[in-house]
Design a protein around this ligand. Structure first.
Ligand SMILES: *Cc1c(COP(=O)(O)O)cnc(C)c1O
Length: 368
């Protein structure tokens, strides 16, 4: 079976280095908030050109702590996309605020032209997602936010290394959140996340929040969380950080080849390639009105596929109380019926990719 993504292939490629690091951490006796976490935070902040990086337990907590640090809570509204992993909206609800959805455009990301009509006196922030590794329209989003005095928090969980007009995502809003979950582009052998910001005040509060609201051991200025990145994961991520650019480049080379080889395939629409952005293809998602048949056909050829996402967030049972209906966000809903991911990962071989390409082309021949 050719998988859609292969975290194991990526991590075993540097297995010896990882094993050495695990030993190093083990015998160091420092397991929580030690030198590896500090080094990782410095490396990431330096790379993105921001003042602070604060490593936390996972990407969801990164979003929760960031929203909390800006005082967003009960009675507040946060504008976001209905087409993302559930955690984006869940984090908003977790701090007591309400997610307000805005439909996506052809980029799969929030449509900046539809944001204004959703702004109310309760709106506090805009939370765009760089879905599948494709940067959202940050210039437009930032100018709307500036006009209305809103905070911009990037959900960059799928997009480490992606660029928007030459600048890395994560450095474009007030703060940004990344996830190191095993399937993400930059990942470890467990959960992890990081918040990046140049807002010193927010950074200071997030640092306290991740450790029970304490700035000094056993003295607590507010109710916080226990959300820290382990030394073990920080050490592994420091190794992966050396490879992330070459891994992302491999993803782009494979994507370019798919775009070229599959562009004329009947019943299949390629993902959009947006000008002025560098996509990092966390996932390569194609569209077809014959999704089910294509998935079956690929499955028979021992090729894995995945549906991202089979149900939009506004239609999730957990959000029934918000009162959204089918038809509220037609672009997002159409994609939830048609989109599916095909295999793409840095260690994928040309032979494997050829198999995927020919299976999809064969569908054209044997199909309708
Ligand atoms: C993965 C992901 C998250 C959550 O990250 P975790 O580390 O799994 O908690 C949030 N938003 C998006 C868009 C994601 O893809």
């Amino acid at each position: 079976m050719i998988p859609i993504t292969d975290p194991k292939g990526q991590l075993t490629f540097i297995q010896d280095k990882i094993i050495n690091k695990i030993n190093e951490v083990l015998v160091s006796g420092k397991y929580i908030l030690g030198p590896h976490v500090t080094e990782l935070e410095n490396e990431i902040a330096g790379r993105l050109g921001v003042s602070d990086a604060i490593a936390v337990a996972n990407g969801t907590d990164a979003l929760v702590l960031t929203l909390h640090s800006y005082g967003i809570g009960m009675g507040d509204e946060v504008i976001t996309t209905p087409f993302s992993f559930f955690a984006t909206a869940e984090a908003v609800s977790r701090v007591g605020a309400t997610p307000v959805f805005v439909d996506i455009d052809e980029t799969f990301n929030i449509d900046p032209l539809k944001i204004n009509e959703k702004i109310t006196s309760a709106t506090k922030a805009i939370l765009p997602v760089h879905l599948f590794g494709q940067p959202a329209a940050m210039d437009e989003i930032n100018s709307i936010a500036a006009e209305h005095g809103l905070v911009v928090i990037e959900d960059a969980c799928q997009a480490f290394g992606a660029k928007y007009k030459g600048k890395e995502v994560g450095s474009l809003g007030n703060a940004a959140c990344f996830s190191f979950f095993p399937t993400k582009n930059l990942s470890t052998i467990g959960d992890g996340g990081v918040i990046v910001t140049s807002d010193k005040k927010a950074a200071k509060r997030i640092r306290a929040l991740r450790a029970h609201g304490s700035t000094q051991k056993y003295f607590h200025s507010e109710i916080g969380y226990n959300s820290r990145l382990d030394e073990l994961h920080a050490a592994i991520l420091l190794i992966c950080l050396e490879y992330i650019d070459s891994w992302n480049e491999k993803r782009r080379v494979l994507a370019k080849r798919y775009l070229k080889e599959l562009k004329d395939t009947v019943c299949l629409t390629m993902p959009p390639a947006i000008e002025h952005t560098t996509h990092v293809y966390h996932l390569f998602c194609v569209q077809s009105e014959y999704r089910k048949e294509m998935i079956d056909c690929l499955n028979e050829a021992e090729i894995q596929t995945g549906i991202y996402y089979p149900r939009c967030i506004h239609l999730q049972e957990a959000y029934a109380s918000l009162g959204y209906r089918k038809g509220d966000f037609p672009n997002a809903e159409l994609l939830s019926d048609r989109l599916f991911a095909i295999p793409l990962f840095p260690t994928m071989t040309i032979e494997e990719q050829d198999q995927v390409i020919s299976a999809l082309r064969n569908f054209e021949v044997s199909g309708q």
